[in-house]
Unconditional design. Sequence first.
Length: 441
Amino acid sequence: MRAETVRLLYQSPFPALANLVVATLLVAVAWEAVPGAWLVAWLAAMALATGVRLALWRAFARSGHAGCGAVLWERRMLFGVTVVGLLWAATGAAVAAVDLPIQVEGVVAISVGGMIAGAMFSMTASAAVFRAYVIPAALGPIVGFMAVGDRDHVAVAGMGLVYLLVVLLWGRSAERAIVNGIRLRLQNEALVADLKAARDRADAAEKLKQESFANLGHELRTPLNAIIGFAQSLEIELWGPLGSPRYREYAHAIGSSGRHLYELIQGILDIARHDAGILELDETRVELAGLVGNCVGMMEGAARSKGVTLSANADGGAVAVLADATKLRQILINLLANAVRFTPSGGRVTVATRLRDGGGVEIEVRDTGIGLAAEDIPRALEPFVQVGQAMAGDSGGAGLGLPLSKRLAELHGGRLEIDSNPGDGTAVRVVLPAARVVERQ
């Protein structure tokens, strides 16, 4: 804090130069009224004091503000301004000793008053420096006017005392305001530094998180791919007969379990990456009709094995969107898998794409399955929550399909809507905004 106030004291050399300029003008006005030797000596002393102050200012500027302690620099300034204040006080001796013309006395009062007013702007950062300059500079002329003794001079001296008191009070208030301003600035700078450090730590943590996700995915998927690949090789007896049909069953079970675990891990990582804000889109032009047909084809076997009819239609015609094809396919596969899983034999699952009134597009998966109660819908969107499993008599799934689909839809700037009633089936809609639509017919 002290260093900041001292820096303000040495902010500019102009206050020192102003004293010399005003003193020179005062000598010019009083030249014929005051003995020349006095004036020359006084002006020489003022020039010397100004030179000392300028030398201090230059030394402070060259020191980088760290050559000496703030206390020492403040003491140097205190000495310099005290000398100048005493020189202005000497004008009171001329007022008392010489019968000055009234205009010269007026210039003396104006000169001293102007210098004190200037000190309000240049010295109030330090109360000690301000008082060391103002008190002698003001008291000298006040005493000089009072020493003349007549009513008018005594009245001027009285006004000078009042003015001095007001200036000292103002100076005290100004010092407090400056100190509070410096304190607030330093606190703000410290806060900015803390925020920057916190941001740097957050950036480093985010980078570490991204690297950890990438490493974790690699470490998990690599051995799983090997397990799945070896299981498939054993199942088809790539390198020769296994000797027992049961081995093929085991290999099939190992491959199926590995694929299930792979999908589960991928879903968990995708949800974690989305929640961490590091899941990104690889956007391309996607034909919705082709995407829907592809996904329906992938799920036809599962639907047929459950006795569920699976169909698709495109009410909106040929629509192309700007999206991540892989993630959009993942959404649709998740929704179709849920619909087939919770639809009993003889039921229907329908996929439809249609344009919305607002210019967007929706993909709807509707089933005639067991449905959900309204209070269960928010729970179904939470990871690892398996709503309706007991009713469906199904233990498959990990409760990641709907939560992940919702996050992937939101990543596209869209949303996931669910309408359902127990026993009446469920309709799940992926709504993409109009900005995603690049072509429609």
